[in-house]
Design a protein around this ligand. Structure first.
Ligand code: HEM
Length: 444
């Protein structure tokens, strides 16, 4: 239990918390600063929307840019070839040293050590060994087996709101599918789903001061998720089920040994962290984009076979993460800049995804048929990262999003925003907290 609380503590402190310490290593950065300083780590600024114009300036003028932030200097990498170089060389650019994402570490070494045991924060050789276990949990078979259930669930979500003509899209639509899928993959009984959903909300709420969730609430919620994971393991052992993520985790081995209790719970947690908020963000941002581009939406209403391709464009246009973080483990040159051992490096996916050198002159436009014109679109953008840590849930996320939009688009006709969406205050996740919409009420 102590360990649970310690992990919970680490998980629920956030980049935007005053406790987020300056990394010692960033103070060592000596290279020349980029003349364009864009405050990309400022949560308030980033919550106003992804700054694509600023990324354009960096890409064109200073693609490997030493940036200031109140938490220390870091390198912002904005061109794909450099993003790929950093992401594909984990022996040079560590995910473990200062974590791959902006969780605090410096001030609380115990929490940092625990966070390093999440797969996303591992380096080779451990990373490869552990990834094999989770990889087996996300076989196409496991995901495909869920499709009929996902379809039914998506219909239920829309059934609940279609005749009303209005809804709060994030909680009533976008948040529902990812949670349902995670619960199914982890064999969560129906009666526990609401509790689980509340716990996830509390943990996610820690991101944002407005959401008024205390650090203690967050710690307790994460500890409870650990307890749920342990209960599910006991139930599964009594009545084993084939083909679920839980089954793969409980039967997975690393060098011939099964996962320890702690390793099992850590995997459970990363799936929740990786699987819920990301897909919810993509669904909400996708809906916003479609409402803001009614002509593009109309193309999908007229021809729903275009929806899977449109999902790829949503993923490209507005990725669910602004960046991932690495630490240089040796002196290295990236582009024309000398990066020193210990420097913090952040790879910015939205910048890559809007690069006209890759996506053409209309790269800054939202074009739902782009995948028809560029059949390789899914391999060209970097929304799911690249290299050793490439997202394990990409197949699942694409399926969830496609099924959701296939149910939303024909039934929520003429959707319109009511006021402005309320964005999550975070420099890491361009999430939407609340988005009220109206649409033509469905006739019975
Ligand atoms: C639109 C939805 C999603 C997006 C945009 C996304 C994005 C990403 C990105 C960019 C990474 C790479 C991290 C790095 O390089 O450091 C990643 C890793 C990961 N994602 Fe996703 N993700 C999504 C959905 C999911 C889902 C649904 C799951 C599982 C339920 C998931 C599980 C993971 C895991 C376990 C990793 C770590 C892989 C590793 O370290 O080897 N993700 N994701």
């Amino acid at each position: 239990m102590l360990l649970c609380v310690a992990l919970a503590k680490a998980l629920t402190k956030r980049q935007d918390s005053p406790e987020y310490a300056q990394y010692d290593c960033v103070e060592k950065i000596m290279s020349e600063k980029c003349p364009f300083q864009f405050d990309l780590m400022n949560p308030e600024k980033m919550s106003r929307g992804v700054p694509f114009d600023e990324f354009k300036t960096l890409r064109e003028q200073c693609p490997v840019a030493l940036q200031d932030s109140d938490k220390g200097e870091y390198w912002a990498i904005t061109r794909r070839e450099d993003v790929d170089f950093v992401s594909k060389n984990p022996q040079i650019f560590s995910s473990s040293e200062n974590l791959a994402h902006p969780q605090p570490g410096g001030e609380d070494p115990e929490s940092l050590e625990i966070m390093k045991q999440l797969i996303i924060n591992m380096d080779p050789p451990d990373h490869i060994k552990y990834r094999k276990v989770v990889k087996n949990a996300f076989t196409g078979r496991a995901v495909d087996a869920l499709e009929p259930m996902m379809r039914e669930f998506a219909k239920d979500i829309i059934d609940k709101i279609a005749s009303k003509g209005e809804c709060e899209f994030v909680s009533q639509v976008a948040a529902e599918m990812p949670l349902f899928v995670i619960c199914s993959l982890t064999e969560m009984p129906a009666e526990k789903r609401q509790t689980f959903s509340d716990l996830v909300d509390i943990m996610i709420g820690m991101d944002d001061p407005e959401m008024n969730v205390s650090q203690e609430d967050g710690q307790m919620a994460a500890a409870q998720v650990f307890e749920i994971a342990m209960e599910l393991a006991v139930t599964h052992k009594a009545v084993p089920k084939e083909g679920t993520v839980l089954n793969a985790l409980l039967n997975g081995t690393v060098e011939g040994e099964g996962l320890s209790e702690f390793e099992f719970c850590s995997f459970f947690l990363i799936l929740i962290a990786g699987g819920v908020e990301t897909t919810r963000t993509a669904t909400a941002q996708g809906m916003r984009l479609l409402m803001e581009h009614p002509q593009e939406l109309q193309k999908l209403v007229d021809d729903p076979s275009l929806i899977a391709g449109a999902v790829e464009e949503i993923l490209r246009f507005y990725p669910s993460f602004n960046y991932m973080q690495r630490t240089a483990m040796q002196d290295v040159t990236v582009g024309d800049k000398d990066i020193k051992q210990g420097d913090i490096v952040r790879v910015y996916y939205p910048s890559v995804n809007h690069d006209p050198d890759i996506f053409g002159d209309d790269a800054e436009e939202f074009n739902v048929t782009r995948a028809n014109e560029m059949p390789d679109l899914r391999n060209q953008h970097r929304t799911f990262g690249i290299g050793q840590h490439f997202c394990l849930g990409s197949h699942l996320a694409r399926k969830e999003l496609t099924i959701m939009f296939e149910e939303i688009i024909p039934r929520l006709r003429n959707p319109k925003l009511v006021g402005e969406p309320k964005n999550l205050v975070s420099s890491f996740i361009p999430g939407i907290k609340e988005m009220f919409i109206t649409f033509d009420p469905e006739q019975a």
